[in-house]
Design a protein around this ligand. Structure first.
Ligand SMILES: Cc1ncc(COP(=O)(O)O)c(C=O)c1O
Length: 388
């Protein structure tokens, strides 16, 4: 039996019971709202966790990159969706190669990208399964949800040989922006969720009017962790939302906690680090350094507080260490300030809920599944570094 404090630090610990509870809760939400759950696996990049998700009832899996899709198909998963516009012949050829063993779908949001996909799949004598990516306000990829040009784009894509348009997909990343002035956190998340749903249904309806979408045979894919808890399905012109794709929910993190999405007790992933140095400042405060910096936490911060993560005083009950702020990171050092003087000694191990769990996973080859202080198993981060 291995105990947590026997592991070399820094390391990533995932509390098994919390992970399983998070997976079960999202599956129940999907069942209650009548949608398929297709979790975004960029969060964990782990074949083992993907298996837990499909065993719990996930209808398929989401990835961003072709390399991630290759890892999942290789592991035997047969329905993988790239929620990402795929551009480049090499990448399209790799997807085409996967298509003989799995149902692999991907996004298009430009005519250039769609034409490339058409050429590659047509040349191979097969048909690509694509979704049109839609922008419902985030301002990243996607065609505008309420634009005549977007309908015209869909018509052009549908006419291309070697492509089958099976639906539309959006990522409402504005759910991470937090409340507007005078708005509660909950109201902000409800607003974004309703907006995302209604704008997608409205676009589907316009496509139907143009003869480009048929209710019951057209996928509408939405959803990210912050707002999904307020998702209620709705019908418009025979369409409903068919699929949700949250990712972060398996772990949650300090950003989700700050947004009011979860409690600390829901956070399944922590970084375990060691205090490597401690010094008193002229004003009586102390600075403490951890053996985990940017190469563990990355540069991501909780927007409202600016910290890279929250140190825990008592990881068993996920109680934060009062006043301690992981306010900075250099490559290999985590900078912690403690205004009233530190209770941490050099050599102590300290557990940290990172600002953003998804990016932390990509920094490690493996993570440890734990039950309290005991290591239950060690799993690989299967698609670590698969960014192309
Ligand atoms: C296209 C897309 N879909 C789904 C998700 C999942 O969002 P979250 O991690 O907030 O659950 C993301 C997250 O970045 C995304 O980019």
């Amino acid at each position: 039996m291995t105990w947590i404090d026997e592991l070399p630090t820094p390391n990533v610990l995932v509390e098994q019971a919390r992970l399983e509870a998070n997976i079960a809760r999202m599956q129940a939400l999907a069942a209650r709202t009548g949608v398929a759950l297709r979790p975004h696996t960029k969060t964990h990049k782990s074949v083992r966790i993907a298996r837990l998700q499909t065993e719990a009832g996930a209808a398929g899996l989401t990835v961003a990159k072709v390399g991630e899709a290759e890892v999942l198909v290789e592991a035997g998963f047969d329905d993988v969706r790239l929620a990402y516009p795929v551009v480049g012949r090499d990448k399209l050829e790799r997807i085409q190669a996967l298509s003989s063993t799995a149902r692999v779908s991907f996004c298009v949001d430009t005519l250039e990208g769609a034409r490339q996909a058409s050429e590659v799949f047509q040349a191979a004598g097969s048909t690509a399964t694509v979704l049109i990516e839609v922008d419902v306000e985030y301002g990243r990829c996607g065609v505008h949800w309420n634009d005549d040009d977007s309908v015209a784009f869909a018509r052009q894509v549908a006419a291309l040989p070697g492509l089958e348009v099976v639906g539309i997909l959006t990522h409402a990343g504005q759910s991470y922006n937090g409340p507007s002035e005078g708005e509660t956190k909950e109201a902000a998340l409800r607003r974004v969720m309703a907006q995302e749903r209604d704008r997608m249904l409205s676009f589907a309806s316009r496509l139907k009017d143009a003869g480009l979408a048929t209710p019951g045979a057209f996928e509408i894919s939405v959803g990210s962790t912050p707002s999904i808890r307020y998702f209620e399905n709705a019908a418009k012109d025979g369409f409903q939302i068919t699929e949700i794709r949250p990712g972060n929910y398996v772990f949650h993190d300090a950003i989700q906690q700050a947004l009011g999405v979860c409690d600390w007790e829901d956070c399944a992933l922590t970084v375990n680090a060691t205090v490597i140095s401690r010094h008193r400042n002229d004003d009586g405060s102390e600075r403490v350094f951890l053996d985990a910096g940017k190469k563990v936490f990355t540069s991501d911060r909780v927007p409202s507080t600016g910290v890279h993560g929250t140190l825990l005083y008592n990881p068993r009950v996920m109680e934060p260490l009062p006043h301690a702020r992981l306010h900075g990171c250099s490559e290999e050092h985590g900078w912690v300030s403690i205004p009233g003087g530190a209770t941490l000694e050099v050599g102590d191990q300290v557990r940290v809920v990172p600002a953003h769990a998804c990016v932390v996973m990509n920094m490690f080859d493996q993570f440890h599944v734990v039950d309290g202080d005991q290591v239950v198993d060690t799993w690989e981060v299967s698609s670590r570094g698969r960014v192309s």
